[in-house]
Design a protein around this ligand. Structure first.
Ligand code: AMP
Length: 284
């Protein structure tokens, strides 16, 4: 079956009801398009486990706190269709904005604690916007499984908690971060980097590896782990650190002492582009 593009919620519901009636399990991969190898891995995981795979492509205005950031977010629908076709995706759900937000939403979805630090500190309203659109997509598609990348670890933790708290009948499947040869995590925003900044971005993953090595080497103080990462980033003057934290992987709360697995997470600015990345470190 080739990939079918569906623009309306009503049409998608009809098509998916047919699939479900035929006994298909449905896997959903929510994206904002500008698809790359990270997204592709999520699609492959969905393809392996479900008879019907839906990729949503929707640049969600509700999760952008800067209008300019929304405007310049990369969009490449023709290429995205080809990638979905090559990944044997059954349906692309690409709703226009009016389809998802025909009216101002009076309902907000806010997951406390997990969203309060890290990206939540600088991107006000961002996570509420993500939670709202993901819950809408889960209600529209009603998938058996939904796939999220660990690249956006705070988002993943938030969705896992929302699904738990609200008894949403879906399995959330985390997918490890896919990286380029130099360690840079694939991201739609990488397209916005100049060639020389793209090369400098390799320091981001190197810094996280240094942090993970400190944890593996027995560091018990988060401050020491942060220093190991910061030393690598400081050597690259083009990079400005917005945050660098050692957090509990489930609650995303900063920890001072390391007694189990932790996530080292950061956001940096490079050439006017904001990039995030993280690694899981330490043993359970
Ligand atoms: P986005 O289109 O950036 O909203 O991302 C859609 C999904 O792809 C999210 O679940 C992301 O976490 C995931 N994703 C983005 N980049 C990567 C990557 N490099 N590796 C794994 N998953 C990713």
């Amino acid at each position: 079956m080739s990939t079918e593009v569906v623009y309306s919620i009503a049409d998608l519901r009809i098509r998916l009801a047919e699939m479900r009636a035929g006994g298909s399990l449905i896997g959903l991969v929510p994206t904002m398009g500008a698809l790359h190898e990270g997204h592709l891995r999520l699609m492959e995981r969905a393809r392996d486990a479900n008879r019907t795979v839906v990729v949503s492509i929707f640049v969600n205005p509700a999760q952008f706190n800067e209008p300019l950031d929304y405007e310049r977010y990369p969009r490449s629908f023709e290429d995205d269709m080809e990638i979905c076709e090559s990944a044997d995706v059954d349906f692309i759900f690409a709703p226009p904005i009016e389809e998802m937000y025909p009216d101002e939403a009076f309902t907000s979805i806010s997951v406390a604690k997990i969203t309060e630090q890290l990206c939540g500190s600088s991107r006000l309203g961002h996570f509420d916007g993500v939670a709202l659109v993901v819950l809408k997509l889960l209600h529209i598609v009603q998938p058996d499984r939904v796939y999220f990348g660990e690249k956006d670890a705070q988002q993943l933790a938030m969705i896992q908690r929302m699904v738990l708290d609200l008894n949403v009948p879906v399995e959330v499947v985390p997918v490890p971060t896919v990286r380029d040869e130099d360690g840079v995590a694939f991201s739609s925003r990488n397209q916005l980097l100049s060639g020389s900044d793209r090369a400098k971005a390799a320091a981001i993953h190197r810094s996280l590896q240094a942090a993970a090595a400190a944890v593996d080497g027995g560091a018990k103080e988060a401050a020491a782990v942060k220093r190991a990462a910061a030393a690598v980033l400081d050597a690259e003057p083009a990079i400005r650190v917005e945050y660098l934290e050692v957090v509990d992987p489930v609650t995303m709360q900063p920890v001072a002492r390391i007694d189990g697995p932790v996530r080292v997470a950061l956001a940096v600015w490079l050439g006017g582009v904001r990039l995030i990345d993280n690694v899981l470190a330490g043993k359970a």
